[in-house]
Design a protein around this ligand. Structure first.
Ligand code: ZN
Length: 237
């Protein structure tokens, strides 16, 4: 029984390593896709700003076209001032010219505001593009690290699995099935722990002296009354 318990402790050590690798296989792909998603969102924000800047440019060109038309119209009106015969016609023409001038002024103001807005946006965009590039470099290197780790896991796991199949052979069947059952229910998959300083190595609850003696005898399986783990005595205990 004593050897079986120590072998069980060894089996637990191997299973703990295998569990860690399994966790990497679950967690790393998630972390990788999370980084990709965050990168995509950041890129979209930059693209949106670019789009906004392009819209402003388009509006400005349109307004400049309109301004040219207004100015041509204004020139025509001004030329006609020399051709009118009556004061009434002259006054009417003056009013139309005034209206056109006001429209041209308004148009120019909007164009200037648009240019200012575009310049601000462009400065912001340049900053954001630089920030995005830094973020991209950082995230891609993180993704690479995670992927590298992930690529190694399967190889490591198969090594541990080989070691496990050897270790398992030397543990008595009933103890093994007990161990497997407990492993399924305990939170971290640790079903067997050494006792240390008179306490359970899993939940650290102090053992009653009677229990402590029973574990030390090593003639049957003793489980922690608090967490249910199998307790194993080691000489250094
Ligand atoms: Zn315990």
């Amino acid at each position: 029984m004593k050897d079986s318990l120590l072998r069980l402790l060894n089996l637990q050590r191997i299973d703990t390593e295998l569990d860690k690798l399994k966790k990497v296989q679950t967690d790393h792909p998630e972390a990788i896709s999370d980084l990709h998603a965050r990168l995509k969102t950041a890129k979209q924000a930059v693209e949106d700003k670019k789009q906004q800047a392009a819209e402003l440019e388009k509006t400005r060109r349109q307004l400049e076209g309109e301004l040219e038309t207004i100015q041509a119209e204004l020139k025509k009106h001004q030329d006609r001032l020399y051709e009118v015969k009556t004061n009434r016609e002259y006054d009417a023409l003056q009013i139309e010219i005034e209206v056109l001038r006001n429209r041209a002024d308004e148009n120019e103001t909007i164009i200037l505001e648009g240019i200012e807005q575009h310049d601000e946006l462009k400065t912001m965009l340049e900053e954001e593009e630089r920030a995005y590039e830094a973020l991209e470099a950082d995230y891609l290197s993180q993704i690479q690290d995670l992927q590298n780790r992930l690529d190694m896991v399967e190889g490591e796991a198969s090594g541990w699995r080989e070691e496990r199949s050897v270790a398992e052979e030397h543990v008595d069947r009933p103890i093994l099935s007990n161990y497997d059952r407990i492993r399924r229910v305990v939170k971290d998959g640790v079903a067997v722990v050494p006792i240390g300083k008179g306490s359970c190595g899993g939940c650290f609850r102090q053992l009653p002296p009677q229990r402590h003696m029973e574990v030390r005898r090593q003639d049957r399986i003793i489980r922690c009354e608090n967490c249910g783990r199998i307790l194993v005595w080691r000489e250094e205990s």
